[in-house]
Design a protein. Structure first.
Length: 268
């Protein structure tokens, strides 16, 4: 084959390969969002019901619909996961691409159909690791990956939460928090400094933030605000607490050991 034709063929081949690589790297979603919801034994039934309703109403909300369509691509993917112990994560609604009001309302309807359940321990680290694997299974390529974790207690099962959090952040994942601290809706595992714990031990990544939830009637507005901010992208300033001493990221594990020791002393 003449050199000129050979060079042209090689150039065409390289161009095709390069074009394929560029196409493969192009983003197809503005956001991939894991809604990770605590259903451990510390969650009171009223908390669970209010939390579920809050997410359902958020995805029925016109402001949320508008925020999605205003994105660069106008498409996000969302999945809803319930979690408790280190090996207890359940996908209630699998990855769903939402590109407008109809898809958002379909997601909300599917979530409403799912039964509410309660499980055992609290492994924030477990659901972070599980969410990382969910992102790996997603066929689309998101511009941003966010885990939205809501719960009412510290990590007390599985790997150390800060270690797993740091692994996720190193992969470019953002973790936001919704610490639930509603008086009257708590169990024996009540933890008064949960907001500081989330700020120091749970959230992380580009634009990470948290919004403490302290009153039962705040569930709809706080959840909608949080989802809107996650869809819109990182804001100018994170909603976190930094004043005072840093939280002990092993406080949940320590408390669980104390509880087990007390139970052991009370055994015949």
């Amino acid at each position: 084959m003449p050199r000129r034709r050979l060079g042209a063929c090689l150039g065409l081949t390289l161009a095709c390969l390069w074009g394929g690589a560029v196409a493969a790297s192009e983003t197809t979603l503005d956001l991939a969002l894991v809604l990770a919801v605590d259903v451990s034994s510390s969650m009171a039934p009223a908390e669970q019901s209010l939390q579920r309703s809050g997410f359902i109403e958020a995805f029925r909300s016109p402001p949320v619909h508008k925020a999605i369509t205003r994105g660069a691509l106008g498409r996000i993917a969302v999945t809803y996961v319930e979690w408790s112990g280190a090996d207890e994560q359940t996908v209630l609604v699998p990855w769903t691409v939402i590109d407008g009001p109809d898809a958002a309302r379909t997601f909300a309807s599917e979530l409403k159909r799912q039964p509410i359940r309660q499980a055992g321990l609290t492994s924030i680290s477990g659901v972070i690791g599980f969410s990382m694997r969910l992102f790996a299974d997603l066929a689309d390529r998101p511009a941003r990956r966010v885990i939205d974790i809501s719960g009412d207690g510290p990590n007390n099962d599985g790997p150390k939460v800060r270690h797993v959090r740091d692994q996720a952040v190193a992969e470019g994942i953002t973790i936001n928090g919704l610490p639930i601290q509603v008086p009257g809706l708590v169990s024996a595992w009540e933890f008064g400094d949960l907001d500081r714990y989330y700020a120091d031990c749970v959230i992380g990544g580009a634009g990470a933030f948290m919004i403490p939830l302290r009153q039962a009637d705040q569930f709809p507005s706080v959840i909608k605000t949080k989802v809107l901010r996650e869809i819109a992208g990182p804001g100018p300033s994170p909603l976190v607490l930094h004043a005072g001493a840093q939280a002990d990221c092993l406080t949940g594990e320590k408390r669980r050991k104390e509880e087990e020791a007390w139970e052991g002393e009370g055994s015949p």
